[in-house]
Design a binder for this molecule. Structure first.
Ligand SMILES: [Zn+2]
Length: 375
């Protein structure tokens, strides 16, 4: 505890000033859990900011390649701040950063002994932020990278990975669990089965499409999501790999195929019909080199593109909306505003009327506005 915080806590309690009240939710709000995921989805959209791993990589706290969030041990305060940044920007969910904190990924980087501490740390940071901000507290499991339908030993290990991560999330008291980024539909079904067996919370299960419009098992988006719905998933849909333009056609098929809530969390990149996934994008400025993962900057969607994506998806009847790898708080704010929200960060949404050259404000001098066409 800092000296300042210590002083604060021993000071005589006073009635909060208006400024203090405006600063954030009061104690009551902070302790209240509020309605759960399904109740919120029944009333309207739920926004879930993701893409923590990419954002932490950009900030210099995580290595591209393995993409394991070692930052949980080395700089937990950075993870907490990122959660807060996304909530400030409009996320209704604080999702524990347990993506790629599973046995197989830790084996790849030689940190297997940190499996439990890293999972516990991710869950405790997210829980703290969720409970303090009144957002939903989500657990997370993901692609194992060892799933192989013909390898019984690997399948057993996949089950073990799901069982232990779901167990830790359930112990931590998550409000629901996300199972995400499966390019094998059958692996997604195993993840769902684990959520149902080892927890009592709703399951959001999303699969992902690379170049082909079929999963590695050959299932279409509609077929995969229907199978997941039939197996008891509460929300089904797509996350990652595809940008808004190349995810949208698949979402339309899913919305027609299932009755349950649908999730859509694209990457904020301008994927095309020729290069429909962010891993397939090549950059003509650099000898057509593969842009993934650290050369994707020229392909980043603007805020208005994410604003439009949210509106379009919601109009289709898709209530669980978010953005995956590449998302920054500015994207989340735009998505939220597209849905008619006004998160705290909207206080600073652009207002060009005050700009030095482009502004329309009366206080902007003519000497500046006259120069506009020469900028
Ligand atoms: Zn992603």
């Amino acid at each position: 505890m800092t000296t300042r915080a210590l002083k604060k806590s021993t000071a005589k309690p006073r009635k909060p000033t208006r400024a203090a009240r405006a600063k954030g939710p009061g104690l009551k709000a902070r302790l209240a859990k509020g309605p759960g995921l399904m109740a919120r989805l029944a009333k309207g959209p739920v926004i879930c900011a993701e893409g923590y791993v990419f954002e932490l990589e950009r900030r210099g706290y995580l290595q591209a390649g393995a993409f394991v969030p070692e930052v949980l041990i080395e700089h937990p305060e950075v993870v907490e701040q990122l959660h807060r940044d996304f909530v400030h920007a409009g996320s209704d969910v604080t999702q524990a950063l347990t993506y790629y904190v599973h046995r197989e990924k830790l084996r790849v980087i030689g940190r297997e002994k940190d499996l439990l501490p890293m999972n516990r740390m991710a869950l405790s940071i997210a829980k703290k932020v969720a409970r303090e901000t009144g957002t939903l507290f989500a657990g997370d499991i993901c692609n194992t990278n060892i799933y192989d339908p013909g390898d019984k030993k690997a399948l057993k290990e996949v089950d073990r990975i799901f069982e232990e991560q779901v167990g830790w999330a359930a112990e931590a008291g998550v409000d629901y669990i996300v199972a995400e980024t499966y390019s094998w539909g059958a692996e997604a079904l195993l993840a769902l089965a684990a959520i149902k067996k080892y927890s009592k919370v709703p399951a959001v299960v999303t699969v992902c499409f690379h170049r082909e419009e079929q999963l590695r098992d050959g299932w279409s988006a509609a077929e995969a999501c229907k199978r997941l719905e039939d197996a008891g998933a509460d929300v089904v849909g797509l996350n990652c790999h595809r940008g808004p333009d190349t995810m949208m056609p698949l979402l339309k098929e899913i919305r027609k195929a299932v009755k349950c809530h649908v999730a859509a969390l694209p990457v904020p990149y301008r994927t095309t019909a020729e290069q429909p996934s962010f891993m397939s994008l090549t950059d003509p400025c650099c000898g057509d080199a593969r842009a993934f993962p650290t050369g994707l900057d020229p392909f980043v969607c603007t805020r208005s593109e994410m604003y439009d994506f949210g509106r379009e998806a919601y109009a289709l009847g898709i209530n669980y909306l978010g953005i995956c790898c590449g998302a920054g708080p500015h994207h989340i704010r735009a998505l939220a505003e597209g849905l008619g929200r006004h998160p705290e960060a909207s206080k600073y949404t652009a207002d060009m009327s005050r700009h030095a050259f482009f502004g329309t404000n009366k206080k902007i001098r003519k000497v500046q506005t006259d120069y506009r066409s020469r900028l």
